[in-house]
Design a protein around this ligand. Structure first.
Ligand SMILES: [Zn+2]
Length: 334
């Protein structure tokens, strides 16, 4: 495997600004404090498994932001069958989701869970961990560190945004530190690849048996990438490495699973277009409000949440650009 891997890496803290922005975005979307129909009825995720090939299913996330309507079920989840048991890639946004997922995996495979992976520390991917045995949940050390640092901040934001769906959800960190070795499940072998860029630690899984590549949030398709914890240059390198892995099908973190390079191309195009657009706005002297109102390139019009993610990116990139341009005169850390 030619892909360059990175099993080290620290984890940045979720900034107060990001928590506040998530909360403000939820309030702006009208989800705060509004009475919702059917609230008295118990909430239930209606998980649908899409069969991708024999022994591999995807539970597709909705191409939306996290809301009180969708309960945070926006990320793709994969279920794989193996001799050793079922294998689950990411666990969704809440305890309730995780429990529904565990049940679905049991129905599909008829076997207990052998392994659960967390691809990165974002809550829509890992807050369902509680439904699984902790020692079966595996992730690179960087993912575990990131969740340890940011979990409670994410939890506050998730309870605020998704409300009742989150009831009883605790942050559970993976109990198994994943190393570079291939994971052998008898009739299925998964190769873990440690990358970064979307966050400080992004796990990719390559199924040597099927040729399927589970890219996590390093790849978004028909949905704008989220960048609050991103290192854009590292992300572009990771995309180039992913492109070098001969695979039969790519399963992105968000968007349809396809047997082409559309997800890789589209994510790369976003990263090569949007951050420079924001830098140009900053260099021209536009303020944050003016920058968020800029027109987006025509090709983004078919991409879900393009405007929403653009605004988020402006909101976290501008302070960084300001810090670079105007260093503090007292010499204190930014
Ligand atoms: Zn993510």
């Amino acid at each position: 495997m030619a892909a360059e891997c990175d099993w080290g890496g620290g984890a940045p803290m979720l900034s107060r600004r990001e928590v506040l922005f998530l909360s403000a975005a939820a309030a702006a979307a009208g989800v705060g404090g509004r009475a919702l129909p059917g609230l008295a009825a118990p909430l239930r995720y209606d998980l649908k498994a899409e069969k991708l090939t024999d022994g591999i299913w995807m539970v597709a996330g909705r191409q939306e932001a996290i809301t009180r309507e969708n309960g945070g079920a926006i990320a793709n989840i994969a279920i794989l069958d193996s001799k050793a048991g079922s294998i689950i890639i990411d666990t969704g946004p809440s305890r309730l989701f995780g429990e529904a997922l565990a049940q679905l995996a049991g129905e599909l495979t008829g076997k207990p869970v052998a392994r659960v992976y967390n691809t990165h520390f974002h809550p829509d991917h890992v807050f369902g961990n509680q439904a699984f045995q902790r020692d079966k949940i595996a992730a690179p050390k960087g993912v575990i560190d990131g969740l340890t640092l940011n979990g409670s901040g994410f939890s506050d934001a998730m309870y605020f945004i998704a409300g009742d769906w989150m009831r009883g959800t605790d942050v559970i960190t993976p109990g198994h530190v994943l190393e570079a070795q291939v994971e052998d499940f008898g009739d299925r072998r998964l190769r873990p690849l440690a990358m970064r860029g979307h966050t400080s630690s992004d796990l990719v899984l390559f199924d040597e048996t099927s040729g399927f590549l589970f890219a996590g949030d390093l790849v978004f398709l028909d949905r704008a990438p989220t960048t609050p914890h991103a290192d854009i240059e590292r992300w572009r390198i990771s995309l180039a490495n992913l492109g070098g892995i001969p695979h039969r099908r790519l399963i992105p973190g968000h968007g349809p699973a396809e047997d082409n390079t559309r997800g890789l191309d589209q994510t790369r195009r976003w990263l090569e277009t949007i951050p420079p657009l924001i830098r140009q706005a900053f260099d021209k002297g536009l303020d944050i409000a003016e920058a968020t109102a800029l027109p987006l390139p025509e090709w983004t019009s078919s991409i879900a949440l393009a405007r929403y993610e653009f605004e988020r990116t402006v909101n976290h990139l501008y302070p960084r650009l300001e810090a670079e341009t105007w260093p503090r005169v007292d010499g204190a850390a930014q």
